[in-house]
Every structure is written in C-alpha cells, then in structure tokens.
Design a protein around this ligand. Structure first.
Ligand code: SF4
Length: 362
C-alpha cells in the first residue's frame, strides 16, 4: 500500500505527463488534462506537483447499514446487511441524479465522517454486515480508497460491492473489479445521444465495462436501468437494451428497471409509472432474460425471483424484506432442480428493510 502524503490526500498511479506540461488523469474516459493545482471534472482528483492525487481518501459523506437488496442486488447474499458509504463528486453529470447533493458536492461540505479501510472492515464485522458497498457516488473516482477497503475487508471475510456507472478506463477497471465481489452497474440508456446530452458521458465505455465484468472477472454482476418517461422508455430502446444484455452478458444477469423521481435538473418529468416498469420487465422476459425486476415501486411479482425453468417463486420479496425463501441449500429450485444464478447461502440473511445510519469517526 502507498503511504498517505497528507491528510485526505493519496497518491494515484493512473495518469501520465503530457508534452505541454499538463498531466492527464487516466482513470476514466474523460481524460482530464490538469495544470498545477487544477481539479478534474470529478472534483476529487487533483494535480499536485507532477502527479494526480485523490483528495477524499478515508473520508465519507456518511455510513449506513442497508439491506443488500437496496443496492440493488437480488442474487447476492439475499437478506444480508451491507455497510454502505460514498464520498463526494462524480465523473458523470446526470441531470436526473438521485444523489446530487453528494455527486455535486465540493467535498468539505459533505465529507463529515472518516474511516480508514481497516476501520471500515472492522466496523462491518462488528455490525454483522456481510459486505461493504461503495455507493451513493461512484467508486471509480475514489478507486484507491475502494481497493484498499476491499483488501482490508477480504482479510476479515467481508465482501465488497461496487455500485457504479461503469465509466472507467481499462487498467483501473481491471484493478477495481479484481478486488470487489459484486457489482451493480448502471446502464442508463442504450442510446449514446442520451449519454451525451443527459449524462455528459458516452455509452461505449459502459458497455465495455459490463462485458469485462461479466466475462473477465469472478465479480457477481447485476444491471440497473433507471427508466425516465419520454427519455429512455420507448419499446424500441427497451427491446434493444434487453437484447444486448442477453446477447452480450447472458440470460442469467439480473436486470433491474428502476423508477425515476423528478430531481436535480430533471424536474419537468413525471415519476415513472409502475406500468412502464412492468412493460420494461415484460419486454426483457419476452426476449429471454431470466431475471428482470422492478425497483422503487411496490410490485410483488416484479420483486420476486422466479425459477427460470418451471416458474416456481423462489425468493418472494416485499420491498427490501424477504417474505419467503424456497431455494434449496445448493441454490436450486426445490420443484424442478434448476440452478438459480447468484451467490447464495443455505439460508437468507435476516436484516430486513431497516436502514441504520452509523458514525465511525472518533
Ligand atoms: S477520474 Fe476524475 S480527474 Fe480522472 S479523468 Fe475522470 S473525471 Fe477526470
């Protein structure tokens, strides 16, 4: 591990010097080119001398114990508690951001709590959390803190989860996903124009990340698509998106269609009707996806895990709570014996829908 160079500052290694005197950050496809003292688009990576440093190492906007289903992950240790945290900043600028107070923060106003990787792992263990989640904002921009935390967690048998937009370059991508055990990657749209206009990003790097995680790592993968009325909810786009998921990631990757709520710079749209999410789920299932869910609305059928072979309800949910568990101890359907893809144990966790804020800094 590299030594810290000042409180909150941490050396990074994904950058290179340019011939014009600037230094380019190579963590994400933005490739910010920085002069002395300048910060990147994400705000948390800054040039210091002839290098780029991370300014939020060990600092957090807060810690909270959540149900793992809230990430959302429905096939990764269901029912267990996950210690969740984020830092500040983001490398995308989604107009609909549901965590905009964190993603747009200029760090000092929101980074009220602090914890070293070792303190985080120990806290997760003490609270009975099976995993730690990098969430609320994107771990890509606090990569070094996330990776060191994942290493500390593995040493204690705690797993880690990345909730990410997947907007990252190949080398840091390989480092991040070599260390985390599960990921929920946002596929915000299947339209590059949407990524450009609404998120200030590009679609292709996200698709590359999805394929990389699915095929080149052992990290468990689920995908979320936030469905926004009038922007990415057409039958054509949902059909193309779900066909791509099946064709490139496989029929076993769970896909979550999540409801949008008007927020940040996208307040002129109505919330996503539950019927739209059901339509999206129906398109995914009709195209052959085995596990499609709806999120941010109550929908007993859309929250349930069904056996892909015989239709038996295997995990029945009510919001973030598990109402019924019918997987056998080997993760198979008790009726037909078909395996359900995922990371399961003999019994589900019993954390329930609770949300428990936690203070770690002394
Ligand atoms: S991680 Fe931040 S500084 Fe680096 S290229 Fe992306 S936005 Fe720019």
């Amino acid at each position: 591990m590299v030594a810290e160079i000042a409180p909150g500052l941490h050396p990074t290694r994904y950058w290179h010097a340019l011939s014009d005197g600037r230094v380019q950050c190579d963590v994400c496809p933005r490739g910010c080119r920085l002069r002395e003292g300048q910060r990147g688009f994400c705000f948390v990576r800054r040039r210091r001398g002839n290098a780029v440093v991370l300014t939020t190492y060990g600092r957090s906007s807060g810690f909270c114990v959540d149900p793992i289903e809230k990430k959302p992950l429905n096939h990764f240790l269901p029912g267990t508690a996950v210690l969740s945290f984020g830092t500040a900043g983001c490398n995308l600028a989604c107009k609909f951001c549901q965590n905009w107070d964190i993603s747009t923060s200029r760090e000092t106003d929101t980074l009220a709590d602090a914890a070293s990787p070792e303190e985080l792992a120990a806290t997760a263990e003490r609270l009975g959390c099976r995993s730690v989640a990098f969430t609320y904002n994107d771990p890509v921009i606090f990569l070094e803190y996330a990776v060191d935390t994942a290493i500390a967690c593995r040493a204690r048998g705690i797993k880690t989860v990345a909730v990410t937009a997947g907007y990252v370059c190949p080398e840091p991508r390989a480092e991040l996903f070599a260390h985390v055990d599960a990921a929920n990657v946002d596929l915000k749209s299947f339209n590059d124009d949407f990524y450009r206009r609404i998120c200030s990003g590009r679609l292709a790097p996200v698709l590359e990340t999805l394929e990389y995680v699915r095929h080149e790592t052992t990290c468990w993968l689920e995908v979320t698509n936030l469905v926004i009325p009038g922007l990415n909810d057409s039958n054509e786009e949902l059909d193309a998106l779900t066909r791509w998921v099946i064709g490139h990631l496989g029929e076993d990757v769970p896909l979550h269609f999540s409801a949008f709520h008007p927020d940040y710079r996208l307040r002129d749209r109505p919330p996503t009707p539950a019927a739209t999410l059901r339509r999206a789920r129906a398109i995914a299932l009709a195209n052959g996806l085995r596990h499609a869910y709806v999120g941010n609305v109550r929908d007993p059928e859309g929250e349930t895990t069904f056996c892909h072979a015989c239709g038996e309800p295997l995990i029945v949910r009510d919001g973030y709570a598990i109402d019924a568990w019918r997987l056998d101890p080997t993760g198979r359907c008790p009726r037909c014996g078909a395996a359900c893809a995922g990371v399961f144990e003999e019994h589900p966790g019993d954390w329930g829908p609770r949300r428990l804020p936690v203070r770690i800094a002394r």
